[in-house]
Unconditional design. Structure first.
Length: 162
């Protein structure tokens, strides 16, 4: 069972919901942006989660530029560190957006998640984006995506393009 959509760790009924799923014998994966590391820590501690997929949108220092929240970087770093402890199966992923991501940014993200088992790079698709300001952006080419992959490879055990 995959729990996703918005940010699932904000919901107060997340723990009882997962416990019900677990009673039925289903494994549980959660998709998160990492903004609530204390919730992730508790899910791991209580063995309620089998897999975590964390979106790393930017290097933590640049999160404030998109969120407007000063302490966001600290939350993201805590969540990254938590997953790198390898107490639960996990992956990191970044959706690459033209005008937002470049090789330097991908290297900074790579440095932050250094040693990670899995890192997936996903191409931005404007038709799937609800933000109108991005609708005119063109996705990266296959060649550009391969360059991003080369930039990330030295930092992680496995990097793939989705």
């Amino acid at each position: 069972m995959v729990i996703c959509g918005g940010e699932p760790t904000i919901h107060k009924d997340l723990f009882p919901f997962i416990k019900e799923i677990r009673k039925e014998g289903f494994p549980v994966k959660i998709d998160t942006n990492g903004s609530y590391p204390e919730v992730l820590e508790e899910l791991i501690k209580e063995s309620l989660i089998d897999y975590i997929a964390m979106d790393v949108k930017l290097s933590p220092e640049n999160y404030g530029k998109i969120t407007g929240e000063e302490n966001y970087a600290g939350k993201i770093k805590k969540s990254i560190k938590l997953l790198l402890e390898d107490r639960v199966n996990y992956e990191f992923r970044t959706t690459l957006v033209p005008g937002v991501h470049d090789i330097k940014e991908v290297k900074e993200i790579g440095e932050e998640i250094k040693g990670a088992k899995r890192y997936f790079l996903q191409n931005f698709l404007p038709e799937k984006n609800m933000e109108k300001s991005f609708l005119k952006e063109k996705p990266f080419t296959k060649e550009e995506l391969e360059e991003f992959k080369k930039a990330a490879n030295p930092f992680v055990k496995m990097c793939e393009i989705r």
